[in-house]
Design a protein around this ligand. Structure first.
Ligand code: DGJ
Length: 740
């Protein structure tokens, strides 16, 4: 099967993955129309779906002469421009020097290439070898201005994903201003779709909302300079009847960590258009003749078997082709982080005490969180001063790290390189290094300002300071945090008419800093973080194999956060810790068992004062760590199934991991309320081999996969509120079955 084919007779492009097919055609007047995205239909060319009608008030290109049926306003297209008689949401808008915005993009040429394109300076999916992926480049051009748009398609047949990106090239002779450049536009000739998106807030990220796509435009977006706690840069469109394992669905994830906008419009002809890209608010890029702009990548997938398959496609694609870290399939050291144990109040004795207690129960990595540097005794000072505070860590950091290494543990450290406190030596030396609009007081947030990391000298200075610390201590893990949104968007390094470039240049600056870090320390385990999960996105996964999921460590709230996150991102990327009870964010008390069941469905760790943990809890923690190490390979590489959902009528949130060869399955979850005279809750597993025999390792009962999936099994009747659920199934071999 050729992943990419062009038929010169019909001028149809076909992109094919294992189970999906994507088609477009060069139609009349060299217009690139979108034909189809859905199930793989073999050699069929879906040209019959374009039905042209004369629609009043939908104009026609000049070349169409008296054919009033050919209108860009209703044609499904690949990439559309403003000012061209298509009044729907659009891919690109530019401003010519004469103030006009018209762009007539016509097919000019194309190339089919082996391997996957890359995007300089930007995160993007990659092929591990050239047979993993193929690239299609289609060049569209506006003959009047010389502006060209290169549409990039990366086809990953095995993972059923197609990536898209766009390069805008000014091949004309005048300077233009790029006002909008979406990365993906997708026309779906369907009404009656639902849109699933992931909204939230600090401490409650990626909540799931499903709503009908209505006429007009629905938008999710971030203008915060980061992908944000408030909306994740991803969306799923699906049939109204779609469930976890039924119906057509299409998912898009943006591989970018800054401002974004995702819009969905149902038009007059009952067709749906989806766009995803950098937000055009406060965005304007000057392109001089010969210059180009690259719009980041978006990843697209389709499923004819419901939502879980969308998740499996994304999870597999991200694990194989986005996360570069060698930790992606490796054991992640079980960690203890001192943040909730000490906040800013610690000294080297306290830290060592936690590390020592951690070592005794089998923890492998000690992470020193915020407060170790500069004059950082609270959250309003010290950011930017990346040298150790010896008033807190007497004898210096290398000595403490050595003692921790001597315990046989790894050492990790927290940094927040994109920020500066006004009360810092760095600010006193370089007050002009932050984002600040001349003549105005900046907006502060958590008492800090954004460093202007669009400037190379700023990035290099800060990273240089941090490298000195990391070099001196042999640090094995870094937690890279960012604790405020971007505002006061103005860079002293750019002229007034280029201030619309600052936000994107700032994001490129962040990526450059992360690239410096991971290339200097290729074995480092990097965990990114943004006040919890405010920058949990595919862009970050290119640099860090795990992201702190939320500052909310309450196991019950985490059920919802981790449930929403799982639609898009692999469980092995979700930072999750067992913390103390009553929980610091909610005041809720749950058992150690429940907290562990939730945190194990992520990168497992602890975040509490282990020195003062009861002996009984220490024993439980030691057993949990052993248990996690045993099940980690399945959690890391298995297929994830959402068995029940928060808010449904199961009174439990349950999920499972099924090994790729289907020989093992692990069911984890939490029952919610204990009722008097309780109902019995059945759960139905998915993804098993129907005819195979599975033994439940706890009770020894044997069931066929079909029984577990279609008849279901009862959940244990809860004896308390918030009780952990845990079942493990192993497939019996023919021999085992004979011996039964
Ligand atoms: C926000 C993070 O999410 C927390 O885990 C912690 O690192 C604090 N910042 C430290 O300031």
């Amino acid at each position: 099967m050729d992943p990419i084919k062009f038929n010169p007779q019909t001028r149809v492009f076909t992109l094919r993955t294992r189970s999906t097919m994507y088609q477009m055609q060069i139609e009349r007047y060299d217009t690139l129309v979108h034909l189809y995205y859905g199930a793989n239909l073999g050699d069929a060319e879906i040209v019959h779906r374009i039905v042209n009608l004369d629609r009043g008030f939908s104009g026609n290109p000049y070349e169409a002469e008296d054919d009033r049926r050919f209108s860009l306003d209703v044609l499904p297209q690949e990439y559309t421009a403003e000012g061209n008689g298509d009044y729907r949401i659009q891919g690109i808008e530019i401003r010519h020097p004469d103030g006009s915005n018209c762009l007539q993009l016509k097919y000019r040429s194309h190339k089919i290439l082996p391997g996957k394109y890359s995007l300089p300076g930007l995160p993007a999916l990659f092929a591990r070898d050239s047979s993993d992926a193929s690239t299609l480049e289609i060049l569209l051009a506006d003959s009047v201005s010389g502006v060209e748009v290169k549409l990039l398609y990366g086809v990953f047949p095995q993972c059923d994903v197609i990536t898209r990106a766009v390069e805008v090239i000014n091949n004309g002779s005048s300077r233009i201003a790029l006002k909008k450049a979406m990365s993906l536009e997708l026309d779906i000739p369907k009404r009656s779709l639902d849109m699933i998106h992931f909204y939230g807030r600090h401490n409650m990220e990626r909540q799931t909302e499903r709503r009908p796509v209505c006429h007009g435009i629905q938008t999710i977006e971030s203008k915060r300079g980061m992908s944000s706690h408030h909306h994740n840069p991803a969306v799923i469109l699906c049939d109204r009847t779609a469930t976890e394992d039924y119906g057509e669905c299409c998912g898009v994830v943006f591989v970018y960590s800054g401002n974004f906008q995702c819009q969905v419009e149902l038009d007059q002809a009952e067709q749906t258009r989806l766009t995803m890209g950098i937000h055009h608010s406060n965005f304007s890029f000057r392109l001089n003749p010969g210059e180009s702009f690259i719009a980041p990548e978006a990843v697209l997938t389709w499923s004819g078997k419901g939502l879980e398959q969308i998740s499996h496609h994304f999870h597999d694609a991200f694990r194989k082709h986005l996360i570069r870290s060698s930790y992606v399939n490796r054991h992640r050291p079980v960690l203890v982080n001192n943040w909730e144990a000490t906040y800013f109040q610690f000294d080297e004795k306290k830290l060592y005490g936690i590390a020592k207690a951690a070592k005794d129960i089998g923890i492998e990595l000690f992470v020193l969180d915020d407060g170790w540097f500069g004059k950082r005794d609270d959250d309003i000072s010290g950011l930017g001063d990346w040298y150790v505070n010896e008033k807190k860590i007497h004898g210096g950091l290398p000595a403490l790290v050595q003692r921790i290494h001597d315990l046989g543990m790894k050492f990790g450290i927290w940094i927040e390189p994109e920020m500066i406190s006004e009360d810092s030596d760095l600010y006193r030396a370089h007050p002009d290094w932050c984002l600040k609009v001349p003549g105005r007081n900046p907006m502060t947030s958590r008492g800090q300002l954004n460093l202007d990391v669009s400037r190379k000298e700023v990035r290099d200075y800060v990273m240089g300071q941090i490298f000195q610390v990391l070099d001196a201590c042999q640090v094995e893990y870094v937690k890279w945090d960012v604790n405020r949104a971007v505002s006061n968007v103005y860079s002293l390094s750019l002229p007034d008419d280029r201030q619309g470039e600052v936000l994107h240049r700032h994001m490129l600056g962040v990526y450059d800093m992360m690239e410096q870090l991971v290339s200097r320390y290729p074995d480092l385990l990097l965990e990114t973080c943004a006040g919890g999960g405010g920058r949990f996105d595919a862009g970050m996964l290119y640099y860090s194999p795990q992201i702190w999921c939320s500052d909310n460590t309450d196991a019950i709230d985490r059920l919802e956060v981790q449930y929403g996150t799982s639609f898009l991102y692999p469980v092995s990327t979700m930072g999750a810790h067992v913390s103390v009870c009553p929980n610091h964010q909610t005041g809720r008390t749950t058992s150690m068992d429940t907290r562990a069941a939730v945190a194990m469905s992520g990168t497992f760790g602890y975040e509490l004062d282990l020195e003062h943990m009861a002996d009984e809890d220490k024993k439980l923690a030691a057993a949990q760590i052993k248990e996690f190490k045993r099940i980690e390979p399945l959690i890391q590489s298995g297929d994830y199934y959402r068995i029940t959902a928060p808010g449904d009528d199961h009174n439990a949130v349950v999920w499972s991991f099924v090994a790729k060869d289907k020989r093992k399955a692990l069911v984890l979850g939490v029952t919610l309320r204990k009722y008097a005279n309780p109902p019995i809750t059945l759960i139905h597993l998915r993804g098993l081999e129907a005819d195979a025999q599975y033994k439940e390792t706890g009770s020894g009962h044997v069931y066929t996969g079909a029984v577990l999936m279609y008849a279901g099994i009862p959940l244990p009747v809860p004896e308390t509120d918030y009780q952990a659920v845990r079942f493990e199934f192993v497939m019996l071999s023919c021999l085992d079955t004979l011996m039964l």
